[in-house]
Design a protein. Structure first.
Length: 305
C-alpha cells in the first residue's frame, strides 16, 4: 500500500514538495560553530604567544634566546632567576619592585579619593556651570599626553620636585584622571536619589552621604578604577623616565632598561626576560583578586545614565 504523501506527489498537477531535510541545516550549523571556535582558538594563540615565549625564554641561556627557535628549552636553567638576587649595578632587584609598589599604591589611593569626590559633585550636587565643567573635563581626554609634557616638566623643575615621586602622584590626588571621574559619575547617577533624600531627613550633609551611602554602593566602579590605575602605574615608563634621575628610585620599567650596555643593546637577555616575567606577577595577582568587581563595574557603569 502506497503512503498518502507518495500518492499525493504522484497525482497530476500536484505542487512539488517544499520540505527540506533537517540534516543540511544541522550540518551548516555545526560547520559554522566549528569555524567560530577555530577562529577564537587562533586569536587566543596569537595573544598568548608572547607570554608563552617569555616563559620559555626565561629558562634559556642568553645566547639561545635570540638564536633558538624553540619555545621551551630542552634543558631548562634557573640561573636567570638566581642572577636577579645579585641585583643590577649594585642595586637590589627588590628595590625596583618596592618603588613600583609605592608608585602604584599611591596612584590608586589618589585616584579613588579625588575622582570619587569629584564624581559625587558632578553626579549628586546641582550647582551653576556643572554641565560646562563636566564637558570641559571630558574634553581633557582629547589632549595628548605629550602636549603637556614640557610645560609640566618646567613647572615641576622650578618647584624642585624633579627626581621625586611628587610629579608622578600629584595629578592623581587632583582628579586629573578624567576617564575614572566619568566612570564613577555614570555609576553614581544610577543610584536612587531617594537615598540622598532620606539621609538629608536624618540630618546628613553631603560629606556624610558621600562616605556612608554613595561610596559603599559604588564599590564596583571604585575597584574597576583601582585595577586600571594600578596596571597603568605599574607599567608606566614615560613618567619615571622623565622625572626620576637616581637609579635607586627607579621603578621596575626603568630597572629593565638597566640591563642594556653602553651601546643600547641588552647585555643580559636572560636576566632581563626573567625580571619581565616576575614583573607580571603583581599585576596578575591584583587582577585575579578583583576581577569579579571589574566585570560588575564595567557592566553597570559605562553605558547607563
Amino acid at each position: 500500500m502506497s503512503s498518502p504523501n507518495l500518492s499525493a506527489s504522484l497525482e497530476p498537477g500536484a505542487p512539488p514538495s517544499t520540505s527540506k531535510p533537517l540534516g543540511g541545516g544541522l550540518s551548516r550549523k555545526r560547520t559554522g560553530s566549528l569555524a567560530w571556535h577555530l577562529g577564537a582558538l587562533l586569536i587566543l594563540a596569537v595573544i598568548l604567544y608572547p607570554v608563552v615565549w617569555v616563559i620559555g625564554a626565561s629558562f634559556k641561556p642568553s645566547k639561545d634566546i635570540i638564536n633558538s627557535l624553540t619555545l621551551f628549552p630542552s634543558h631548562p636553567i634557573l640561573s636567570n632567576f638566581k642572577g636577579l638576587a645579585d641585583g643590577i649595578a649594585d642595586i637590589q632587584i627588590w628595590t625596583f619592585f618596592q618603588n613600583s609598589l609605592f608608585y602604584a599604591g599611591g596612584a590608586v589611593v589618589g585616584v579613588l579619593i579625588s575622582c570619587s569626590l569629584t564624581a559625587y559633585a558632578f553626579a549628586r550636587i546641582r550647582f551653576a556651570g556643572r554641565n560646562v565643567l563636566f564637558s570641559l573635563m571630558i574634553g581633557t581626554l582629547l589632549l595628548p599626553y605629550h602636549v603637556l609634557l614640557i610645560p609640566q616638566y618646567v613647572m615641576f623643575q622650578k618647584l624642585g620636585w624633579v627626581n621625586t615621586y611628587v610629579p608622578l602622584l600629584i595629578g592623581k590626588y587632583l582628579a586629573t584622571e578624567a576617564f575614572f571621574v566619568f566612570l564613577m559619575v555614570q555609576f553614581m547617577r544610577n543610584l536612587p536619589k531617594e537615598l540622598d533624600e532620606a539621609a538629608r531627613l536624618d540630618g546628613c550633609g553631603h560629606l556624610r552621604i558621600y562616605w556612608s551611602i554613595v561610596l559603599p554602593l559604588s564599590r564596583p566602579a571604585l575597584i574597576t578604577s583601582a585595577i586600571f590605575t594600578f596596571i597603568n602605574a605599574w607599567n608606566d615608563f614615560m613618567g619615571p623616565l622623565i622625572y626620576l634621575n637616581e637609579p635607586g628610585k627607579y621603578t621596575v620599567s626603568l630597572g629593565l632598561m638597566m640591563f642594556r650596555d653602553s651601546d643600547g643593546v641588552a647585555a643580559n637577555y636572560g636576566g632581563m626576560i626573567a625580571m619581565s616575567l616576575v614583573a607580571l606577577l603583581p599585576v596578575l595577582l591584583f587582577f585575579l583578586a578583583f576581577q569579579r568587581y571589574l566585570i560588575d563595574g564595567m557592566a553597570t557603569s559605562g553605558l547607563k545614565g
